[in-house]
Design a protein around this ligand. Structure first.
Ligand SMILES: Cc1cc2nc3c(=O)[nH]c(=O)nc-3n(C[C@H](O)[C@H](O)[C@H](O)COP(=O)(O)OP(=O)(O)OC[C@H]3O[C@@H](n4cnc5c(N)ncnc54)[C@H](O)[C@@H]3O)c2cc1C
Length: 432
C-alpha cells in the first residue's frame, strides 16, 4: 500500500543504510527477534553497492587472522571486544550457512569460492528476504529526531521506491541503527550524511580523512614507471609520532603510487596532514636493508664485477626500468662501470635505494579511498551493545565509527562483528 506524508506507521527497528553493516545487523537482529518489525532504509535503489565493488569485484570478506593491530582509530579495547563477539571462525560459519564458502589467499585474505562479490550480496539479500526484513530502497533519510521514547525519521522517497509514495514522509521507530558508512566512494550512496545525523543526536565526530587511498606524487619518476609493481618498504615519519613502517606491494601509476602498502600508508599521511604535523614518506626498494648494508653490497659488487655497468648491476636488485629511471632521477650515470663508481655516487645510490622521499602532493581523495578514517568516537558507544552513550535507542555500526582497518578484509570484519553485537543490544533495549 502506498503511504505518503507523516503517518502513524511505527517500526521496532529502523536501520539507516543497507551496506555490509546494515544488512548484517538486520539479519542478526531478525534471527533473534522474528516478530519484531525491522526495516532497512537506504537512499540507493539497490543494496550492497559497495560490497559489489569490493576486493576488485571479488569481495575480501574477512581475514584468517584479525586482531586489534589491523585497525586504526578509537580505543583498541572496544575494537577487541566487538571483534571477539563474532570471531573470524563464526563469520566463516555464518557465510557457510548462507551458502557462501570462502577460501584463503595470500596474506590470509578470505574470498568467496565463486570469486564474485555478487555471491556475497545475493546471499545477504536472500537471507534478509527469508527473514522478512523490509528493505525500503530509494528511501533517503534526511533527518532523525528523538521524540519521547521513539524516533521520527524524515525520509525522501524517490519515484523508484516500491513502498510509499514518492515525496517526503516521516516514519517512526523505537530503535534506530546508523549504518550509513563513511564518505569513501560516494557514488555508492555513502556520502557522509550519517555523520550529521549522529551529530544532531548528540555525538561528536573525530575529524574525517580518506584512508586506503592511492597517493598523488609530484615529479616525473612515477610517470616513467607506470604499471610496474614491486615489493617495497614505506616509512611514514611525522612530528611527534613513532615512525610507521609498512611493507608490501606498491604499484607505480600515471598519477603517483597505489597498491596495498601505499593504501595502508595513506591514512597516516592524511592524519598527520590534518593535524598540521610535517610528514614524509620514504621508500626503500630493499625492505629490511639499511643504508650501510646496501652500501656494503655495492662495494662488494664493485670488487666482484668491476666492468659491469651500474644500471645492469642495479637491475639484479630492482626491475631494470626502475633502476634506470631511479639513476636518472638522482643524476648518476648508469653507464659507469662498477669499478669506477665514485664514492659520492655510490652513497647517493645507496641512499636512493633505501630512503627515497616520495613527493606526496595529496591522496586521490574520497572518490578513490576504500574507507574513511575518523567518525563517531568509540568512547561514545557501549562496546557490549553498540548502543550510543549519547542517545537512548540509537545504535551505530560499521564505517561511521572511528575505526579503519588495513587492506585485507578487516573493514568488513568490523562491519560483521559490530552488526552481531548490535543485534544483541537492540534485543535487550526493546525488551527493557
Ligand atoms: C573500492 C572498495 C573496495 C573495498 N574492498 C574491501 C574489501 O575487499 N574488504 C574489506 O574488508 N573492505 C573493503 N572495502 C571497505 C568496505 O567496503 C567498507 O568498510 C564497508 O562497506 C563499510 O560498510 P558499511 O555498511 O558501514 O557502509 P557502506 O557499505 O558504505 O553502506 C552504507 C549504506 O548507507 C546508505 N546511506 C548513506 N546515507 C544514507 C541516508 N542518508 N539515507 C539512507 N541511506 C543512506 C548508502 O546508500 C549505503 O548503502 C572496500 C571499499 C571500497 C570503496
Amino acid at each position: 500500500m502506498a503511504i505518503s506524508g507523516d503517518h502513524s506507521e511505527s517500526l521496532d527497528v529502523a536501520i539507516i543504510g543497507g551496506g555490509a553493516a546494515g544488512l548484517a545487523t538486520a539479519i542478526f537482529a531478525k534471527r533473534r527477534m522474528p516478530d519484531r518489525s525491522i526495516a532497512i532504509l537506504d537512499g540507493a535503489t539497490k543494496l550492497g553497492a559497495k560490497i559489489l565493488v569490493s576486493g576488485g569485484g571479488r569481495c575480501n570478506v574477512t581475514n584468517r587472522v584479525v586482531t586489534t593491530k589491523d585497525f586504526w582509530g578509537g580505543s583498541s579495547n572496544i575494537i577487541k571486544r566487538v571483534l571477539a563477539a563474532l570471531s573470524v571462525e563464526r563469520t566463516i560459519a555464518f557465510f557457510a550457512e548462507l551458502g557462501v564458502a570462502l577460501h584463503e589467499e595470500p596474506n590470509g585474505k578470505l574470498f568467496p569460492d565463486s570469486n564474485k562479490a555478487n555471491t556475497v550480496v545475493d546471499a545477504l539479500l536472500r537471507e534478509a528476504r527469508r527473514l522478512n526484513v523490509r528493505m525500503l530502497t530509494a528511501h533517503r533519510v534526511n533527518a532523525i529526531r528523538r521524540e519521547h521514547d521513539a524516533f521520527a525519521i524524515d525520509v525522501h522517497v524517490s519515484p523508484s521506491a516500491t513502498e510509499h509514495e514518492p515525496g517526503e514522509t516521516t516514519l517512526r521507530a523505537r530503535c534506530v541503527v546508523l549504518a550509513t558508512g563513511g564518505k569513501s566512494l560516494p557514488k555508492t550512496g555513502s556520502d557522509g550524511a550519517g555523520y550529521a545525523m549522529a551529530a544532531a543526536l548528540g555525538h561528536s565526530i573525530v575529524p574525517l580523512t580518506p584512508a586506503l587511498a592511492p597517493l598523488v606524487l609530484d615529479g616525473k619518476l612515477h610517470g616513467q614507471l607506470s604499471g610496474i609493481s614491486q615489493n617495497v618498504e614505506l616509512t611514514t615519519r611525522s612530528d611527534g609520532e613513532k615512525p610507521v613502517i609498512l611493507r608490501g606491494e606498491m604499484l607505480w601509476t600515471h598519477f603517483g603510487v597505489s597498491g596495498p602498502v601505499v593504501l595502508n600508508a595513506s591514512r597516516h599521511w592524511h592524519r598527520a596532514t590534518l593535524e598540521g604535523r610535517d610528514v614524509t614518506i620514504v621508500l626503500s626498494f630493499l625492505p629490511g636493508e639499511d643504508f650501510a648494508a646496501v652500501e656494503s653490497r655495492l662495494v662488494a659488487m664493485m670488487t666482484a664485477h668491476p666492468k659491469v655497468h651500474l644500471h645492469n648491476a642495479l637491475a639484479t636488485l630492482l626491475p631494470a626500468r626502475v633502476a634506470e629511471a631511479l639513476l636518472a632521477s638522482i643524476g648518476v650515470a648508469g653507464s659507469v662501470p662498477m669499478g669506477q663508481l665514485p664514492k659520492e655516487a655510490r652513497r647517493k645510490v645507496a641512499h636512493a635505494l633505501t630512503a627515497l622521499p616520495l613527493r606526496v602532493r595529496d591522496s586521490r581523495g574520497y572518490a578513490y579511498a576504500e574507507v574513511t578514517a575518523g567518525g563517531v568516537p568509540l568512547t561514545e558507544i557501549d562496546g557490549r551493545t553498540m548502543a550510543s552513550r549519547k542517545c537512548p535507542g540509537l545504535f551505530l555500526v560499521g564505517e561511521i565509527l572511528d575505526v579503519d582497518g588495513r587492506i585485507g578484509g578487516f573493514n568488513f570484519q568490523w562491519a560483521w562483528s559490530g552488526a552481531f553485537v548490535a543485534a544483541g543490544g537492540i534485543e535487550a533495549a526493546l525488551d527493557a
